[in-house]
Design a binder for this molecule. Structure first.
Ligand code: NI
Length: 269
């Protein structure tokens, strides 16, 4: 896939390298003659806490804003200790960019200590890197630390294991030609033995909320930890169908209750 945007091309290359199911689904849709357009991409990060400088939304947004993406709404996910915001480009062929950040200070002292230990390993000026959104994991972490974080926050564990990379790309279902609905696309994927996230039902959201979304469950990949290689869930692929506002324009925002369930697509099963 080439998107005419160098940031997105770099993110797609990194994402498909660690997410075999994304390339598989992309090919299944391409083989039906579909031209795939992305609705949004999503990135994760660690916020600053208790005197520790995180690498968060403000760092990740920089490159996108320099390339023309404009900031839009903020969201809060209290039960997951996350905040998020999205950016939109005036070129409708470019995806929205959804960036979330973990409020590390709301985790237990032990989890904070582990994450402080990861951030302490960052090279000088890491947060200023131009390739920060696909810089990967800049720290050593043990499987025991991953497991300790997992008990409190699947998001924290995912960040510790994978670092800085796209968490998911999202297919714009409105622009698909051969699927009348998101349900039809889900049925097609299930028939190909692709596992979908069923938290909150296969389809999150509804036409009244002006956004329906579904996603795969992230498949396990081998990750090198300080104490060995372990298979853990990596990234997932998402699907979004948007409905018009009273003005006739398609709703472009997000529905927090749905996003809350979609975060669970990287949960360990
Ligand atoms: Ni998403």
């Amino acid at each position: 896939m080439t998107s005419a945007d160098p940031i997105l091309d770099a993110l797609w290359r990194d994402y498909t390298a660690s997410t075999p199911q994304a390339a598989l689904i992309h090919n299944l849709l391409s083989n039906r003659g579909e031209q795939i357009v992305n609705d949004h991409i999503a990135l994760r990060s660690f916020g600053s806490f208790a005197g520790h400088r995180g690498v968060g939304i403000a760092d990740l947004q920089r490159g996108f804003e320099a390339a023309g993406w404009q900031p839009r709404d903020h969201y809060v996910f209290d039960d997951k200790h996350l905040v998020a915001r999205y950016w939109q480009h005036e070129n409708p062929a470019l995806p929205k960019v959804f960036i979330s950040e973990l409020e590390v200070g709301k985790l237990s002292p032990h989890a904070q200590e582990i994450i402080a230990g990861l951030l302490a390993q960052l090279p000088t000026n890491f947060a200023q890197r131009a390739d920060l959104p696909w810089a990967g994991r800049p720290w050593q972490v043990s499987h025991a630390q991953y497991t300790a974080l997992l008990a409190e926050s699947e998001y924290a564990a995912w960040m510790a294991a994978f670092g800085f990379r796209v968490n998911h790309f999202t297919v714009d279902v409105n622009r698909l030609q051969t699927f009348a609905s998101l349900a039809a696309l889900n049925d097609f994927l299930l028939a190909q033995n692709i596992t979908l996230n069923r938290a909150g039902g296969l389809i999150k959201g509804n036409p009244a909320e002006r956004l329906e979304q579904s996603s795969t469950m992230a498949a396990p990949v081998d990750v090198q930890f300080a104490d060995g290689v372990f298979a853990i869930p990596s990234c997932y692929y998402e699907f979004a169908k948007r409905y018009p506002l009273p003005s006739g324009e398609l709703f472009q925002g997000f529905v927090p209750a749905s996003a809350n369930k979609l975060f669970e697509s990287t949960n360990v099963r």
